[in-house]
Write a protein that binds this ligand. Structure first.
Ligand code: DX5
Ligand code: ZN
Length: 215
């Protein structure tokens, strides 16, 4: 069983309040909130203001995935907006250790996200400092893309690395998760499944969340 983190990127923003209410009623564990700056990734989504609104609708964990350059300049704003978990991209952070220290000192759980081409081994010297790793199973920037199968090897490798070191770091998988591939992702060792389109484009999102959670 994995935790389920629906990505609001695929929600209908004209009825955001209803979408949040639906997630609150469902078995979803986390709200996954994707922040894009049009620089680190070729798309712009939303920022702290929207997260502040979403925070007010829910007591569930707000898991904020920053796909932005210079995340250190904004960490405090995201804390104030109500983020519980804050993940930054390794590829965007030349001073990753400093970013992680900052996130933790602000009282949030710290995560590191890695792009599909970034090896799991690059986490070697930061793994003991963080709470979660977000393995991207698509190229970040857009919802509704196809899961990259090689990600399964990366999950297994990271699971092994975490076990060998006796750490308690969650593995989150983000991108292209469907009802068809979710069980192999969980079997490979994922703890948290992010799902955007699979949940929000479903005819019965609450049932889909329950199905994902039961795998
Ligand atoms: C992509 C985002 C994902 C995205 C997932 O850059 O990080 O969280 O919303 O969407 P799906 O599940 O539709 O691939
Ligand atoms: Zn994401």
């Amino acid at each position: 069983m994995a935790l389920i983190a629906p990505s609001l990127l695929a929600a209908d923003f004209i009825k955001l309040n209803d979408e949040c209410a639906m997630l609150n009623k469902s078995e979803a564990d986390w709200f996954h909130l994707d922040v894009m700056d049009g620089r680190f990734v070729p798309n712009i989504s939303y920022g702290p203001m929207i997260i502040d609104f979403i925070r007010k609708t829910t007591k569930k964990v707000c898991d904020v995935h920053l796909m932005i350059l210079d995340p250190g300049n904004y960490a405090e704003q995201f804390k104030n907006a109500g983020a519980d978990n804050l993940s930054v991209h390794i590829e965007a952070c030349p001073h990753l250790h400093r970013n992680i220290q900052q996130i933790k000192s602000l009282g949030m759980k710290a995560g590191v996200a890695i792009n599909p081409h970034t090896p799991v081994s690059s986490l070697s010297d930061i793994l003991h400092d963080i709470d979660q790793v977000c393995i991207m199973s698509v190229n970040p920037g857009f919802g509704g893309q196809q899961f990259i199968p090689f990600t399964l090897q990366k999950i297994k490798q990271l699971r092994k690395m975490i076990a060998e070191r006796g750490l308690n770091v969650l593995i989150e998988i983000d991108g292209g998760v469907t009802l068809d591939n979710a069980s192999s992702i969980v079997a490979a060792g994922a703890d948290v499944l992010v799902a955007g389109n699979t949940v929000f484009k479903s005819s019965d999102p609450i049932a889909t969340i329950a199905q994902l959670r039961a795998l």
